[in-house]
Design a protein around this ligand. Sequence first.
Ligand code: PLP
Length: 324
Amino acid sequence: MRFSSQVNFPSPLDVIDNNFRGSGIALYMKRDDLIHPWVNGNKYRKLSCNIQHFYDKGFAGICSFGGAFSNHLIALAYITHVECIPFVAFVRAYEYDHNNPILKKISSWGTKIIIVPPDQYHLKEQGEIPQSFLKEHNNYYLIPEGGTNDLALKGAAQIIKEIYSQTDTDKYSKVVCTVGTGGTSAGIYANMNSTENLMLACPFKSNLSYLRGFELIKRDIPIDTINVSNHKKFGAYDPDIVSFINRFYNDYQVLLDPIYTAKTMYWLANNLDHVHLNDIQKIIFIHTGGLPGIIGYNYLYRNKETIRIPLKYDHLQSPDMTFG
Ligand SMILES: Cc1ncc(COP(=O)(O)O)c(C=O)c1O
């Protein structure tokens, strides 16, 4: 696989702050954000085994689902571009926004974009539009939205295996992972020596009774699972989060994404004395990436305070990303 030669792997485990916010707790970070500029964090973990599966089974192409600013689609678009694999993205949108910098980028990489209106999108591959495509292309490999399937969990398991080889974990350590579908965290959970060490952070308001990843491993959702945001709308603008990302980068030179990692880190920074963290001496925060999503966030909320993109993330502000 040509793409494998581009990744920074295994990702480092860095000590970010020995005394986070004066709490006495050390903040460590698993730097999956550094794996690749476009295929950050859990996207790399979830997709690597899926791409191998594509080759093993001799499929003709790949198709998948995602929103108009989806990190999952960006990552898949990049990998398929490098690997010269035909890729079709079913994008949830009312219409094709030709100014959307993410859609511009992925189509420049050769992705075929098919717009699926929101009222049909939830039907996924059963919907009329994907169905008619799949009927003609039954040799395409369908990767679910967000990439969460058994192979993704296998990739995510590597995260905790690497952490165990990089630092000691004991009952005073807490591994913190942010969740969407729960695929990343379920892969981690299933491979932990002690699952009490895992804390899951959900960045959108939800009753947390169902996570697809935990259904795949047939386990209950861990007790230590919390909501870290009051926003019901996924991806809603949050000025506190934008300022927090800008400050956090100033303090630690680590860029967080606005949808998942920043919300989790913001919650931690403000709740270090929270009951869940009692007696904890070391937090191991998994940076699940998502940085390309900043482009979409800054585009959507371009009339508000935006996330500052540091110079070393040049690709996130390249000329073809100019808005309008
Ligand atoms: C940056 C980031 N972190 C965490 C998650 C949540 O991962 P999962 O869906 O595996 O729970 C996502 C979504 O895939 C993401 O983009």
